[in-house]
Design a protein around this ligand. Sequence first.
Ligand SMILES: Cc1cc2nc3c(=O)[nH]c(=O)nc-3n(C[C@H](O)[C@H](O)[C@H](O)COP(=O)(O)OP(=O)(O)OC[C@H]3O[C@@H](n4cnc5c(N)ncnc54)[C@H](O)[C@@H]3O)c2cc1C
Length: 461
Amino acid sequence: MNRHVTPQNIGAAIAALEARFPSSVSTGKSARRLHAGDESHHEPSEPDIVVHPKSTAEVVDVVKIAARNRVPVTPFGAGSGLEGGAIPHRGGISLDTSELSEIFEIRPDDMIARVGAGVRRLDLNQALRDTGLFFPVDPGANASIGGMVSTGASGTNAVRFGVMRENVLGLTVVTAEGKVVKTGSLARKSSSGYDLTRLFVGSEGTLGVVTEVTLRLHPIPDAVSAHAGFETLAGAVNAVTDIKRAGLQIGRVELLDAPLVDVINRRGDMRLEHLPTLFFEFHGAPAEIASLSGTIADIVSENGGRSLEWPANAEESRVLWETRRDCLAWAKAEREGAHSWPTDVCVPISRLAEVVLETREDVARSGIPAYIVGHVGDGNFHCVFMLRPEEEAEVARLSDRIVERALAAGGTASGEHGVGLGKRKFQQQEHGAEAIALMRSLKAALDPHGILNPGKVLPDT
Ligand SMILES: Cc1cc2nc3c(=O)[nH]c(=O)nc-3n(C[C@H](O)[C@H](O)[C@H](O)COP(=O)(O)OP(=O)(O)OC[C@H]3O[C@@H](n4cnc5c(N)ncnc54)[C@H](O)[C@@H]3O)c2cc1C
């Protein structure tokens, strides 16, 4: 562990926080343990104190106390991150955003919502249920909107509705000096000024603390689901490219490899052929999709696919997407003593089949159980290892090779989970020395004392 806080500094910060927030701070063991880790494989590290501010003004006070005492502040959303971003790796303050939970305004006519950073995505969609609108970005976990902004999250719907970057219109951010900056506007597009909104999206709490978010909403689409098994993984991936080229509106398309299909057959309610499989959702009026189903079936068949299976009703569609959501947890449960280690690369779609196949072969040689799922329409896939502690070193090597392969193909070390602790070592290779130097200048300008989530995103100097 790499703690940089002196006992004097942290003692003064704790005293000031306890005086300012008598009922919203905790130095107790259980609160500190709860904020020591996220859902990643990275080693937990406890903060010295946990604070639950209730407003932007309270966040300002927390950050000012941290700045005065040169103590790190690590924002904590729902703690569902998969790269260790919310781990207070250098101690200090864990700033829990869960009480920034107000939905300030829903403007159905503008298709916009303005929410506190601590609002959970499922709660927002519940609040939207009578408007015919929804917020589409859907990481598998019930993440906070502030956390999703900060990791640049996406999920199964991204191929149709875009990722957080496309769906955030504006932010309220508290800077490292405790200033309140508002970015963006209520307009759906803008070419006015530097794009500060997108500077903060994906910055993982290293440039500012997000307290409010203005989001773009979308009409809930008419959707029809389907699935098909394929003789080869490459065929499954190529079918997606061909369907996109044919101009069909794919709402979601998810790849599951054959070992994961086996898990589903053992644990779930669906019965699938032992083949790499695609789960689809098409958007459009049912008549439109029905008239195109022949084209879709032809494309699937030309790529070595079996006949498309269309769920008979809404309940079967629900089961299909719940299966996608739950199958990795089932896979983990099948190996006693195992924990998961997800990887998250994204490559140009034309290179996806080759990168997935090489990964599959490399991983198979190790004998460690691993499953491939992918948001294939975007070129993003996860190889998720279910490993036992003694296999960590080997999985670290395999995971590094997946990133190297993706970078060699012109891709990125992280499609959606962020850099956190795990992908820092690839930043220079991915972005180049000049881009990293520019990122360091931005960090130094916005956070001169390095108090905001130190030790994340940027590689060590
Ligand atoms: C089962 C499962 C499935 C998942 N599937 C996906 C997926 O499909 N796509 C995907 O993108 N992710 C996925 N994730 C990862 C995770 O849900 C996302 O990264 C999510 O965006 C994290 O949100 P959070 O609120 O949990 O943030 P946290 O984990 O609490 O924090 C994440 C990062 O954001 C920072 N942060 C949090 N709140 C703020 C704030 N208000 N201001 C500034 N910085 C802040 C933290 O410091 C940290 O660096 C999955 C996770 C799980 C457990």
